[in-house]
Unconditional design. Structure first.
Length: 106
């Protein structure tokens, strides 16, 4: 039994890079051409998945694009979202987005 102790839970902040935001907007616009609701749903569902990352960031697979233990990939509906774990800043930086591209993170 634990008495008189405080558990401090620091939830990491999430930062979405400009490049990620632009690629996501482009994909949502593409999806919305045929079905606007599907575009909105994809965006909302993906952002909800990203919000889960800080709970267990190292549970996601190591990135297939980078040789760095602090860069991980979230795979969602065929999209690969690369994020960097910045422990010293208590931040998750979402910076890469790939969906059916030849050079996804460049």
């Amino acid at each position: 039994m634990i008495k008189n102790s405080t558990i401090l839970l620091l939830i990491m902040k999430i930062k979405l890079s400009t490049g990620f935001r632009l690629k996501l907007a482009k994909l949502v616009k593409y999806i919305a051409r045929d079905n606007p609701q599907a575009g909105r749903n994809f965006k909302n569902e993906l952002l909800n998945e990203i919000r889960k990352i800080p709970e267990f960031p190292y549970s996601y697979r190591e990135s297939i694009f980078f040789n760095d233990d602090n860069i991980r990939d979230l795979v969602y509906k065929g999209a690969v979202i690369a994020f960097r774990i910045l422990k010293n800043r208590n931040t998750i930086e979402v910076f890469g987005f790939s969906k059916y591209e030849d050079l996804p993170m460049k």
